[in-house]
Design a binder for this molecule. Structure first.
Ligand SMILES: Nc1ccn([C@@H]2O[C@H](COP(=O)(O)OP(=O)(O)OP(=O)(O)O)[C@@H](O)[C@H]2O)c(=O)n1
Ligand SMILES: C[C@](O)(CO)[C@H](O)COP(=O)(O)O
Length: 225
């Protein structure tokens, strides 16, 4: 089946606090975004990428695309005010039945194995969302205090969130709701049950300065193997 990856890189990276948005920061000599693009390009020779960039950084994005393994398989569009709007702009570029991966550009340690597993699971059930178990103890705050949560029942959600194109495009016709934090929340609101599959502990989202240090180490280790 036809495969598209919508790679969202339209954010400004406020929590990272750098002058340049985190997706353009160097990681072992290449921009964070470059690593995500190249891993998806390597997953299948026919996969195409819709890259969503901030309006002010389209030129930088084009320069990065030119250094990837297959620039011709990457189309660029611009992002919106929130992640929801950026994803929607990316989805608007897809007009044929396909499996669609929506991936955070800043989850740049994604493996081809996880991409392939998401594809197989989505093909079978309509959607596949990678998730891992928390390793910390968890508490929820209430009006009167707080109480423990059973961590065996909680999952930490990752990307690529993977769907049949008709299903995700239809879900994104809904009006924006600030409660939407990812594609699974949008698709769930449209009445579809979400299928979780096992994610990867190393599939971290570069969010704060510490994450860059961690990602450097993980990549260094991967290159040594
Ligand atoms: N309007 C937005 C906001 C976010 N993203 C993308 O969504 C991914 C995950 O979002 P997050 O880590 O929150 O990125 P930022 O919004 O850039 O970071 P922050 O919330 O710290 O400002 C990133 O690849 C980011 O570029 C996007 O395409 N468009
Ligand atoms: C989509 C996501 O990466 C799943 O964990 C996450 O919800 C993005 O959230 P953020 O607030 O945009 O970082």
């Amino acid at each position: 089946m036809k495969k598209y990856a919508v790679i969202v890189a339209g954010g400004s990276g406020l929590r990272m606090g750098t002058a340049v948005p985190k997706q353009f920061l160097p990681l072992r000599g290449k921009p964070v975004l470059w690593h995500s693009l190249n891993t998806f390009l390597a997953a299948w020779p026919e996969l195409e990428i819709i890259l969503v960039l901030p309006q002010d950084h389209v030129h930088t994005g084009k320069e990065i695309v030119a250094t990837t393994s297959h620039p011709a398989r990457i189309r660029i569009t611009v992002g919106g005010e929130t992640r929801f709007h950026s994803v929607k702009n990316g989805l608007d570029c897809i007009n044929e039945p396909s499996i669609v991966f929506v991936h955070d550009a800043v989850r740049c340690l994604i493996s081809t194995n996880l991409i392939h597993r998401c594809y197989e699971a989505a093909l079978e059930k309509g959607n596949a969302i990678p998730a891992i178990q928390p390793i910390d103890s968890l508490r929820i705050e209430t009006e009167t205090g707080n109480h423990m949560l059973d961590r065996q029942q909680v999952r930490i959600i990752q990307t690529p969130q993977t769907f049949y194109s008709d299903l995700i495009k239809k879900a994104f016709e809904q009006p924006f709701n600030p409660a939407f934090t990812d594609e699974a929340s949008v698709v769930e609101k449209s009445g579809i049950a979400i299928q979780l599959i096992e994610g990867e502990a190393s599939n971290i989202k570069i969010t704060r300065p510490l994450d860059i240090l961690l990602a450097e180490k993980i990549l260094e280790e991967n290159e040594r193997r």
